[in-house]
Design a binder for this molecule. Structure first.
Ligand SMILES: CC(C)(COP(=O)(O)OP(=O)(O)OC[C@H]1O[C@@H](n2cnc3c(N)ncnc32)[C@H](O)[C@@H]1OP(=O)(O)O)[C@@H](O)C(=O)NCCC(=O)NCCS
Length: 178
């Protein structure tokens, strides 16, 4: 099996929506992706495609955030959601998607990537709650983590605020987990 990782294209929209509806118990994540796109807050969607069958194996989305420290804006994104179809799991598909997305964002001068999720999973990428604790957020807590990009280039020790795109607040579960 060969899995190709690439940025999503228009032709992937229906498959992404279908995958999110299959993988999550509620429609929240599918709705989130739709709202982020409609609001113009989607920064990057990466997909994993099974090159043998053409099936969508997985996806990850990154959306614009408003993050500032002392009135200085820090170019930041939120990772959410990430999803891999059942039959493609535990083969590193999510890891490849996240790594590929982060590489692209780094090249686009993104300084911080936030995620709300399981520390046991996301710390392997370098996400850590300590970085996120510098920022006031309605999602603050051990599960809100951040990954500094650009070689860790980020004001140190200063307090700031981190606001997710408004689509997150419209989710019924109120949890923008990655
Ligand atoms: C989470 C998910 C994207 C992982 O996809 P995947 O392609 O199987 O992930 P990878 O192969 O890169 O990594 C698998 C590893 O992640 C671990 N893992 C998966 N979900 C985890 C979780 N919630 N907490 C901790 N570890 C987790 C697995 O135990 C496995 O660890 P191992 O390699 O040490 O055995 C996939 O399980 C999924 O789509 N789940 C449903 C949707 C979801 O919960 N998304 C995250 C919240 S938006």
């Amino acid at each position: 099996m060969t899995i190709a990782i690439r940025p999503a294209q228009g032709q992937d929209v229906a498959a992404i929506d279908g995958l999110l509806r299959d993988v999550f118990p509620r429609a929240d994540e599918a709705d989130l992706v739709r709202l982020l796109c409609v609001d113009g807050d989607m920064v990057l969607v990466m997909v994993a495609v099974d090159e043998d069958s053409g099936a969508l194996a997985g996806m990850v989305a990154f959306s614009r955030m408003e993050v500032d420290i002392a009135a200085r804006s820090i170019v930041s994104v939120a990772l959410a959601p990430v999803a891999v179809a059942l039959r493609y799991r535990r083969q590193g598909v999510a890891e490849a998607l996240i790594q590929a997305g982060i590489e692209r964002l780094e090249a686009e001068r993104v300084v911080l990537c936030f995620v709300l999720g399981e520390p046991a999973y996301y710390t392997r990428f370098g996400f850590h709650a300590d970085y996120a604790r510098q920022f006031a957020s309605p999602y603050a807590g051990d599960q809100l983590m951040a990954l500094p990009l650009q070689g860790g280039l980020m004001p140190c020790g200063a307090r700031g605020a981190a606001r997710h795109a408004r689509a997150f607040a419209r989710l019924s579960s109120d949890s923008p987990s990655g």
